[in-house]
Write a protein that binds this ligand. Structure first.
Ligand SMILES: Cc1cc2nc3c(=O)[nH]c(=O)nc-3n(C[C@H](O)[C@H](O)[C@H](O)COP(=O)(O)OP(=O)(O)OC[C@H]3O[C@@H](n4cnc5c(N)ncnc54)[C@H](O)[C@@H]3O)c2cc1C
Ligand code: SF4
Length: 613
């Protein structure tokens, strides 16, 4: 065989990130011949490659989520906060959620918080905001468990049930014991637990309780898991037969040196022999046959840059787009596919994050462990979500990094103007000032649900292309008053939290390059950061008139074409989205398997060809 294009594949998966790696594993395990085409390099997929990536991060001058990973001009990746290098920003407010185009995708630099959605999140439309899902929590529950096994989740199911109201099957336990709370969490628990707070959106005071967060990183394996069978964490590439325990390096974003954090490379390490990965293969078009069914894809392979890129075609019975919410939408738009509803690219969502930051009265051991180990969950559900966007509160262990930058920046400020007379300070005085400040820094990260709004969208235009000649995403993005009211409510909650903690509030948003997302609302100033949780661009629904994919993430318009990932989510909810995305991918894999069996039959009662295409 000369290359992947020389044969017909059962399945071609576009993108070897989070969703694509899971789908390929499931279909490969069932014996289907799966070709995975990945746009980026595979540089960090081996043990040596991982070590190189750690070193690249250590020596990087600018330490941002994508800095450890080798990227290419042929498959550019938008940085977090990209205001025009890759994205073409075309809206009232900037869309700052980046992603990574390299083998493993954005699941390499992600933080690794792995929460389930609340049952109410599937019914946002009932509250008059956003859409309802065509499936509910109960439909997804078994796949949440499958995803928690596959990616290895550490958490406390009993606490998640009691404090958040998540329904679990009787006696269910997570594969691993919870990641220990940080010292900051423990200090907060003492001051906040048992108290209440007024949320301007809610009728009654909201009870406070610091709740541990489930993580996709290795805690102690739970001997009671799976009816006493226990759990064996998966190793990272090149590691011996078991994973290492999270050791608190605090560099989870963008890379975990010990590979305790889940990345899709761990799933790839367990792919069967019927799965073939080709990296540096940028898919440029989905091919739709004359009968309206998916027929294959075109892609361009490249060496180290775009010079000499070659175009290929591959044929497959089933095509799965798993290229990330924004790239999936781009591919469908370029291919003029799946868009009879005119919803492709629309309903772009993220979690706008309100950050508030300050100094605790005492040392709290900042900058240790994962980015957040606990949160306040009481603002995620209830009648208030009809009036303002609901939110989750992460207690931030990494001080002021996300709001103002890493501690080096405070050193620079103290060197410049840190003295009481406004002059710089040095030596003992500098050491004392830093010692006093850095260990007391903390932040709250309020992640708000953003409702699906068709006006927030990704489009393409032949005038804006990348180095390989493929279109760059043009983004129109804004926040509704519903979200802005949620942000205002979150700030009011934050003010009360600071009072309860006796903490000094240093939160200040200034219009300018530091806060391109600055806005004013009802006389106050706010700004948000992007979460990296892009969603909604090939939205799921129960009708081909109003949605792009059905409850299986299959495009309504084209049998045997699937678009998987957060792009399918009708609401982005209040939890970090990837566990839900993983559960959806595992659920959809079962329908893909049924579709493939069906396609083997000569006449198909299951998917008659569309009348015209
Ligand atoms: C800094 C950061 C922190 C995050 N933390 C969390 C968290 O704590 N919890 C959580 O739930 N979520 C988190 N997320 C979000 C999470 O990373 C994403 O939801 C998830 O990775 C999306 O998975 P995906 O498979 O859809 O896309 P990706 O993981 O981005 O994978 C897509 C893959 O497709 C490839 N590709 C793209 N275009 C093409 C093409 N044309 N041809 C071939 N291949 C292509 C890409 O190279 C990539 O490998 C975070 C994101 C960021 C940026
Ligand atoms: S805290 Fe450290 S060991 Fe744990 S996941 Fe993050 S980087 Fe890895």
């Amino acid at each position: 065989m000369s290359g992947p294009q020389g044969r017909r594949w059962d399945v071609v998966v576009v993108g070897a990130g989070f969703a694509g790696s899971l789908v390929a594993k499931r279909l490969g395990d069932q014996g289907w011949r799966v070709l995975v085409l990945e746009a980026g390099h595979g540089a960090s997929s081996s043990d040596g490659g991982h070590a190189d990536a750690v070193e690249a991060y250590r020596t990087a001058l600018l330490k941002v989520p994508n800095s450890p990973y080798r990227t290419s001009t042929a498959a550019p990746s938008p940085a977090m906060g990209d205001v025009g290098e890759y994205f073409v920003q075309n809206g009232p407010l900037p869309y700052g959620s980046g992603y990574l185009r390299a083998n493993g995708g954005t699941g390499l630099p992600w933080t690794g918080l792995a929460l389930r959605m609340h049952p109410e999140d599937f019914r946002a439309g009932d509250f008059g905001q956003g859409r309802n899902w065509p499936l509910g929590y109960d439909d997804l529950e078994p796949y949440y468990r499958a995803a928690e096994r596959e990616i290895g989740v550490a958490g406390d199911a009993e606490e998640q049930g009691a404090e958040i109201g998540l329904p679990f099957p009787e006696g269910y336990q997570f594969p691993m014991r919870p990641i220990p709370q940080s010292y900051l969490d423990q200090v907060m628990t003492k001051s906040l637990d048992g108290g209440t707070i007024r949320d301007p959106g809610a009728d009654d005071p909201v009870p406070l309780r610091v709740v541990t967060t489930p993580h996709a990183r290795n805690g102690l394996p739970n001997p009671s898991y799976d009816d006493g069978a226990g759990y064996r964490p998966a190793p990272g590439p090149g590691q011996p037969d078991r994973g290492t325990l999270c050791q608190g390096y605090a560099s989870c974003v963008p890379i975990c040196p010990s590979q305790a954090k889940y990345t899709p490379l761990k799933t790839q390490a367990r792919w069967g022999s019927s799965v073939t990965l080709v990296t540096r293969a940028v898919v440029t078009r989905v091919r739709i046959g004359a009968d309206g069914r998916a027929a294959g894809v075109d892609y361009r392979s490249y060496g180290d840059d775009t010079a000499g890129a070659v175009t290929h075609s591959v044929d497959a019975d089933l095509v799965v787009l798993a290229a990330h919410a924004i790239e999936n939408a781009k591919l469908l738009l370029v291919s003029e596919a799946a868009n009879s509803s005119d919803q492709v690219g629309r309903n772009l969502m993220d979690h706008p994050v309100l950050l508030t930051w300050g100094l605790m009265p005492q040392q709290v051991g900042a900058y240790r462990g994962p980015g957040s180990t606990s949160g306040l969950e009481g603002f995620r559900f209830g009648a208030a979500r009809a009036r303002r966007a609901p939110f989750r509160v992460e207690i931030g262990n990494w001080g002021w990094t996300w709001s103002l930058g890493p501690p080096e920046q405070r050193v620079a400020e103290l060197l410049g103007t840190g003295g009481s007379d406004g002059h710089g300070i040095l030596g003992t005085e500098l050491r004392r000032a830093l010692g006093d400040q850095i260990g007391r820094e903390f932040a709250f990260q309020f992640e708000l649900e953003q409702e699906a709004d068709p006006a927030n969208r990704v489009t393409i235009d032949s005038r804006h292309r990348d180095a390989l000649g493929t279109p760059r995403p043009i983004i129109h993005y804004d926040l509704s008053d519903y979200v802005k009211r949620g942000i205002a409510a979150a700030k009011a909650v934050s003010d009360q939290l600071f009072d309860l903690l006796g903490a000094q509030d240093h939160t200040r948003f200034e219009q300018g390059p530091g806060w391109p997302s600055y806005f004013e609302f009802e006389g106050s100033s706010y700004a948000y950061r992007a979460a990296g949780h892009g969603a909604g661009t090939h939205i799921m629904g129960d009708s081909p008139r109003t949605s792009v994919v059905d409850e299986w993430q299959r495009c309504w318009d084209h049998p045997y074409l699937y678009a998987v990932g957060c792009g399918s989510m009708p609401t982005v909810a209040t939890s970090n989205p990837s566990l839900t995305m993983a559960a959806l991918a595992l659920r959809s894999s079962e329908e893909m398997h049924r579709d493939l069996l069906d396609r083997r039959r000569i006449t198909s009662a299951r998917h008659p060809a569309p009348a015209a295409s």
